[in-house]
Design a protein around this ligand. Structure first.
Ligand code: MOS
Length: 752
């Protein structure tokens, strides 16, 4: 049997995607379906004093217009923490309060999408306008966690003041990162169909079970009465994880008009009806001795949140795990302003914090006079600097060694501004990347048939990352079947429990459940064939039999291919439900996942700290006269445990690095702060890198073995690629120009 794990298997869903036969949520048209459209608030804060729907109702094709005054049976979802499974705790259209610009104020149902859209533009709203402000004031920031208290948000080890006093060199610097919105290609949508007390919802989702659990609880229905279906997702990046008002409004509207209703959110509305990456301030005070070894490490992160929710994607939990220091202080703060509630956006803690941390390390290295890579080396550690447990595996310096070789770091002349190419100033920069290994409980059902095929079923998702392919690979490898013979069914809430597809967890957690189901099939088949009167394993103690690459192996060299053994059993097929329950998962966490929440353990357990690592190196060219910034080369080396699929993993990491170029040089949601409104709410003005911006991107994946994280040894690579890129580019820009740019995005005008 050919080895299928750690090879470059082409996506099994690729033919369906390129031929248009992959069914996305909004492709489904239930019979008699009507169309919904949202009208949204034009002010940020105030009261809706009047809402006149007459013009909208008179529009041909419009069937109903709902506002806070007349939407019957609109249920809100409570109890899931906001900024996570619940996208926000404030529900629009419950009353006349306006708390953010772009808040839904009316829902129009019509015979066609065009009529619904026209109707939504004919809503006449009057407001009493209150003062609004989207300026994040660091002075007004405070310490609080999502749970409402400040537990775990402040950490101190040793004495940072003492460490700074003892240092040969210190820095005290502040970095800022902007509002960013995910903007997946596939628009947000929801299609709802009621059938008596039964409800079916088609919606792009990173967590179909969260959606189902929330809807069922809101309507007081048993979970079995609610179906949530989403076999394909056209990009998510954190934006499709939580339960949103637009979904619940569509469900209520469908009930009210007694017909299926579909809403496709417009691109401008996508900025306000879901979550985003909040802006942040990253303050660092670091001290180092004459060799570069840290004597003090202080990181205070201030992250924007809405007036009504607390979103802390705690980034200081990650930064303080990176480098050894005897004195450490970290603080996670939030500051409120008048926007919708933010949430996860790919590498939700690490992108912002590493833009700060990895520049701070560069700034300090320069002051001390050591090479930036050497700076990381002298501060590398095999134990978590605060929690005092070893890393389950940590290959950071192996990544630096690999990327230094491929990039040619030894060609860097350390002097700032010393490298040029004609009219271009040349800079080399580097940065560390990391991503925590988050762990969630999962189940998966596998059925193997004597004809040589297998079905893998679980309520996981493929958000474009390759989950269909890797689950087929895992089953193929364990059962000894070709990958094409393994059919994966996902994206339905009534399939066996699997966690959200977020936090880079799907391959590791859900994949481990697929692996376990296959091992159980092996054990069940072994029980039967050892009890038979003849056959290669007849009479062998079944407990001594292992499943190894599709072969049942007993003692004394006795073996039988699993498929052959299965064919000889009475049923000729075998089904098993596999489970992944990491020792770090408490019963409470497991129950949370089964209830549709996010029962996440890690990255630190009582035994180990679990992180994937990477190192990125970049060459930038800055035009001496125009200050145009180009990125001709971006190299990364990553170690994330077992790489299941070398092709999809490469794409994930490369995609993250390309997104990192965007974060560094292009991407920002422009905010009219005194009016608390987003300005560039469209794809034309929301800049992302295009082909001409992306030159050589090289990705190397190191072999790393980690038996602790899960039976597959997988750490997850969904978010790792973006983490170091912006800091590496900023460091390279400094090396080229001598200008230290501590604010994203970096623009030509910053270099004048
Ligand atoms: Mo990721 S931000 O958890 O989709």
């Amino acid at each position: 049997m050919a080895q299928t794990i750690n090879t470059a298997v082409t996506r099994t869903d690729a033919p369906r995607k390129v031929t248009g036969t992959a069914t996305y949520a909004a492709d489904v048209i239930p019979s008699g379906m009507l169309h919904g459209a949202l009208a949204t608030s034009s002010i940020a804060v105030g009261t809706l004093t009047g809402i006149d729907t007459k013009r909208a109702e008179a529009e041909p094709g419009v069937i109903a217009v709902f506002t806070h005054e007349n939407l019957p049976d609109f249920k809100t979802v409570k109890g899931f923490y906001a900024g996570g499974p619940g996208s926000a705790s404030f529900w629009p259209m419950e009353g006349n309060e306006i708390k953010y610009a772009g808040q839904p104020i009316a829902y129009v149902v019509a015979e066609t999408a065009a009529a619904a859209r026209r109707g939504s533009q004919l809503i006449d709203a009057t407001y009493e306008v209150s003062e609004a402000n989207a300026h994040m004031d660091a002075e007004d920031s405070f310490v609080i966690g999502a749970s409402g208290d400040s537990k775990g948000m402040v950490t101190t080890k040793g004495d940072v003041s003492k460490g700074l006093a003892e240092a040969a060199q210190t820095i005290d610097v502040e970095y800022t990162t902007p509002f960013q919105h995910h903007n997946p290609m596939e628009m947000f949508s929801a299609t709802a169909e009621w059938n008596g007390d039964k409800l079916t919802v088609w919606m792009p989702s990173q967590s179909v079970r969260t959606l189902r659990g929330g809807i069922a609880a809101a309507y007081g229905l048993p979970e079995t009465s609610v179906r949530v279906i989403c076999p394909f997702v056209g990009g998510a990046f954190g934006s499709k994880a939580g339960i949103t008002p637009y979904a619940m409004l569509t469900i209520a509207a469908s009930k009210a008009v007694a017909a299926p209703v579909r809403l496709i959110v417009t691109r401008p509305q996508m900025f306000t009806v879901a979550t985003f990456r909040p802006e942040s301030i990253q303050k660092f005070r670091l001290g180092a001795d004459a060799t570069g070894k840290l004597t003090a490490f202080e990181h205070i992160e201030i992250s924007q949140t809405s007036q009504f929710d607390v979103v802390t994607n705690p980034g200081t939990h990650i930064t303080r795990a990176m480098y050894a220091s005897p004195n450490i202080h970290t603080e996670q703060r939030v500051a409120r302003s008048d926007t919708n509630t933010g949430g996860f956006m790919r590498a939700p803690n690490e992108m912002q914090t590493f833009f700060g941390l990895e520049q701070a390390m560069d700034e300090l290295a320069l002051k001390v006079g050591v090479d930036p890579v050497e700076m990381r080396r002298v501060n590398d550690t095999k134990r978590h600097p605060v929690e005092d447990v070893p890393f389950s595996s940590r290959s950071l310096m192996e990544c630096y060694d690999a990327v230094s070789d491929s990039f040619g770091w030894d060609q860097r002349s350390p002097e700032v501004g010393s490298m040029t190419d004609g009219d271009w100033l040349v800079g080399f920069g580097c940065a560390t990347a990391t991503y925590p290994t988050n762990i969630l409980a999962s189940n998966a059902r596998v059925r193997m048939q004597g004809s040589g095929s297998a079905y893998i079923e679980l309520a996981a998702h493929d958000v474009g990352t390759g989950s269909y392919t890797i689950f087929a690979q895992i089953a193929a490898a364990r059962l000894g079947l070709p990958v094409e013979a393994c059919d994966v069914v996902m994206g339905e809430a009534d399939l066996p429990v699997a966690p959200l597809s977020g936090g880079s967890t799907t391959a590791a957690s859900a994949g481990s459940a697929v692996h376990d189901a296959c091992l159980r099939i092996g054990r069940a088949v072994a029980m039967e064939v050892t009890a038979q009167s003849e056959g290669p394993l007849a009479g062998v103690d079944p407990k001594l039999i292992t499943l190894d690459n599709g072969v049942l192996r007993g003692p004394d060299g006795k073996s039988q291919p699993l498929l052959e053994a299965l064919a000889s059993t009475a049923a000729g097929e075998q089904e098993a439900v596999g489970e992944f329950r990491h020792p770090a998962l408490t019963d409470k966490l497991i129950r949370a996942t089964f209830a549709g929440g996010y029962g996440t353990a890690g990255p630190v357990t009582p035994e180990f700290a679990m992180f994937a690592f990477g190192a990125e190196m970049v060459e930038v060219h800055v035009n001496r006269w125009t200050h145009e910034i180009r990125v001709p080369r971006l190299h990364g080396a990553f170690a994330a445990g077992t790489i299941l699929n070398r092709k999809t993993a490469h794409s994930q990491l490369m995609g993250g690095m390309v997104w990192g170029i965007g974060s560094a040089l292009h991407e920002v949601t422009e905010v009219d702060k005194p009016r608390a409104r987003y300005l560039n709410t469209n794809i034309a003005e929301y800049l992302v890198p295009v082909n001409a911006d992306v030159r050589e991107v090289r990705v190397e994946m190191l072999d790393e073995k980690d038996d602790y994280v899960n039976p597959l040894g997988v750490k997850g690579i969904g978010e790792l690629g973006i983490v170091g890129t912006a800091a590496a580019i900023a460091n390279a820009v400094h090396h080229a120009t001598g200008k230290r740019l501590r604010k994203l995005p970096i623009r030509m005008s910053d270099l004048v």
